[in-house]
Every structure is written in structure tokens, then in C-alpha cells.
Design a protein around this ligand. Structure first.
Ligand code: SAM
Length: 309
């Protein structure tokens, strides 16, 4: 598997987010510190990122309202995601927040955090020291750690270093990550999480419905860029996304395509962002939304109603 090309997908996602933020799709004061380049993307791509960011945020807030003060978030394949800083701006306090990615990505993230006062200030907690190694950073509840998600024993020992409490309510996030990992490794990861975390919710954002011509064009574009989509076979449809959790000992799971997620967002917000850029072909946006989904898995009935309904 070509890890270099997978690692490069983080730059692409960060550039897309930065571009959409600059156009006013949503507010993120921190993404410009992580990525300097800005490529203008097509309006349907920007709307796709908007739906993804806001859809995931909606579930995060539902989880936090149920989880209480012991809540933990573990972002798998987090790339340059800025969620910790955005939650901090909303004065949301978490017991623990862990970001995991390949060491090649976390070393760059740690370096950028160290170099930017605005990023560092937000993670620095009174009376807590910031512990830094070339690939890992620990600062109070915030942890950025380098590990390969295919290696469970490495992941487990890194989570211990990050002082994760396995019995606390925990939200896992994997946005466009599992598709790059071989199915047997994803199954091992999901099954390990289900046994270790009795109170947990998992959000997957990923491709789905990958059996038509539109999907073939999307996949070809990604393969041209050198990406091995090792886990693509589990993206067949919403049922296969849900089944992946059920086959790996999760209590329940549910999936929605991005058409449903987009229309679950507040009308006024949708109207606002639809005025930002002219979109010639509405049909293209709907097609794109039909090929991405959010799937939730839970290990406790407490989180079964964190959804888009
Ligand atoms: N989740 C971020 C977001 O939504 O902006 C980044 C998405 S990017 C498309 C995929 C990320 O998954 C990359 O940062 C990549 O390095 C990470 N990733 C993929 N496979 C991984 C693995 N086996 N271990 C750790 N990270 C991995």
C-alpha cells in the first residue's frame, strides 16, 4: 500500500477546507495556520465539505450533551483537523481529546502548533506542561500522537500514554480514513474498540454506493493520484457500512447518505451557503451527496439516538 499517497490526502482535504472557509461556508480561524495553499474548488465540492463538517459537528454536539464532563474524543486519521480549537472557542471542555495519524502527519502538525502562538495558546492549560517529541504532543487534555491505525498494539500503548480512560464515554471520529485501510485491519480495529470501550459512539464519514458510473469516475480520479483505496469494497452501500459495525460486535449502527444529512441541517444555514456561489447543476450536487455517507456505530444504548432525525 502506498502510504505516501494516503498521507498526501490530508493536504488535499485541508486545502479544500481552507478554500471553503475563505468563501464563508463556515468559520474556522485555525485552518490557515495549518495549510497555506488555497486552490479554488468547484461549488459542489465546497458544499460537500460544508455538509460533511456541519453533519459531523451535529453528531459531536449530540454526543457531548449526553456524555457529560467525562467525555473523550479520539479522532482517527485526524490530519490537520482543527476541531479541538473550534470546540475550545465554544468553551466546550473535554476530559480528553486525542488526534492520531501517521507520524509523518503528526510531526508536521506538532511543528505547526509549536510555531504558531494562536494554536499553542489554545492548547496550553494553566499549570500543565506541554510535552513534545518529534511526532507526539501532550498538553493537558490535548494529545496529538503518531501511530499506524493498522497496528493495534502500538495504538493501544499510545492511547495509554495519552491517558485515555477506556471506561469513559468516548466518541471516535474517522473522516475519509477507513477507506484507505485494508478491510481485515479495519475489522480488527473496530472489534478491538468495541471490546475496549463499553461506552462509545463512532462516526464514520466515507464514500458509499460505489457501484455506478459516477462512482467509477470518482474512483479513477483518486487512483490517478496514486491512492490505493484498500477498503473500498466495504463502501458498496449504506447497508455494508452498517454491517461492518454489526459484524465487529457493536451493539447497533445506522447510516445516512449525505442528501439526508444536508437536508437535516437548518434551512436558514442552507439558504445562506447556497447564495455564496452559483451552482449551475444542482443534479451534480445530489449525485455527489448520494456517494458519501455518515455511519454511526454504538456500544451502549445511551448513544443510539445520536442521529440526524
Ligand atoms: N480526517 C481528516 C479530515 O477529514 O480532514 C483527514 C482526512 S485525509 C483524507 C485521510 C487521513 O487519514 C490522512 O491524514 C492519512 O494520513 C490518515 N490515515 C490513513 N490511513 C492511516 C493509518 N493506517 N494510520 C494513521 N493514519 C492514517
Amino acid at each position: 500500500m502506498d502510504d505516501e499517497a494516503v498521507i498526501a490526502t490530508n493536504d488535499d482535504a485541508s486545502e479544500c477546507k481552507r478554500g471553503a472557509v475563505l468563501l464563508g461556508y463556515w468559520q474556522d480561524n485555525y485552518i490557515p495556520y495549518f495549510i497555506k495553499h488555497n486552490q479554488r474548488r468547484a461549488p459542489e465540492i465546497n458544499r460537500g465539505y460544508y455538509a460533511r463538517v456541519k453533519g459531523v459537528e451535529k453528531i459531536i454536539h449530540k454526543f457531548l450533551s449526553k456524555a457529560g464532563s467525562n467525555a473523550q474524543i479520539i479522532n482517527l486519521g485526524s490530519g490537520f483537523d482543527t476541531l479541538y480549537w473550534r470546540l475550545k472557542d465554544q468553551e466546550i471542555k473535554l476530559c480528553n481529546f486525542v488526534e492520531i495519524d501517521f507520524p509523518a502527519v503528526t510531526s508536521r502538525k506538532c511543528y505547526l502548533i509549536k510555531r504558531n502562538k494562536q494554536l499553542l495558546q489554545r492548547i496550553h492549560e494553566k499549570d500543565q506542561e506541554v510535552k513534545l517529541s518529534p511526532t507526539d504532543l501532550h498538553a493537558g487534555p490535548y494529545h496529538c500522537i503518531g501511530a499506524d491505525l493498522r497496528n493495534i498494539s502500538e495504538l493501544e500503548s499510545k492511547l495509554y500514554q495519552a491517558e485515555v480512560n477506556f471506561s469513559y464515554p468516548t466518541l471516535f471520529i474517522a473522516e475519509c480514513v477507513l477507506v484507505y485501510i485494508e478491510n481485515d485491519c479495519v475489522n480488527r480495529l473496530l472489534s478491538w474498540i468495541a471490546t475496549k470501550f463499553p461506552k462509545c459512539l463512532f462516526i464514520v464519514y466515507e464514500m458509499c454506493n460505489m457501484n455506478d458510473t459516477f462512482a467509477n469516475v470518482m474512483l479513477e480520479n483518486m487512483r490517478v493520484r496514486g491512492c490505493n483505496l484498500a477498503g473500498i469494497s466495504s463502501c458498496k452501500n449504506l447497508e455494508s457500512q452498517q454491517a461492518r459495525f454489526q459484524c465487529n460486535n457493536w451493539l447497533g449502527s445506522k447510516a445516512w447518505d449525505m442528501v439526508s444529512v444536508y437536508y437535516s441541517l437548518p434551512n436558514s444555514e442552507r439558504q445562506r451557503i447556497e447564495k455564496l456561489e452559483f451552482l449551475d447543476e444542482q443534479e451534480l450536487l445530489i449525485q455527489l451527496f448520494q456517494h458519501y455517507c455518515v455511519c454511526l456505530g454504538w456500544t451502549t444504548p445511551e448513544f443510539a439516538d445520536c442521529d440526524f432525525e
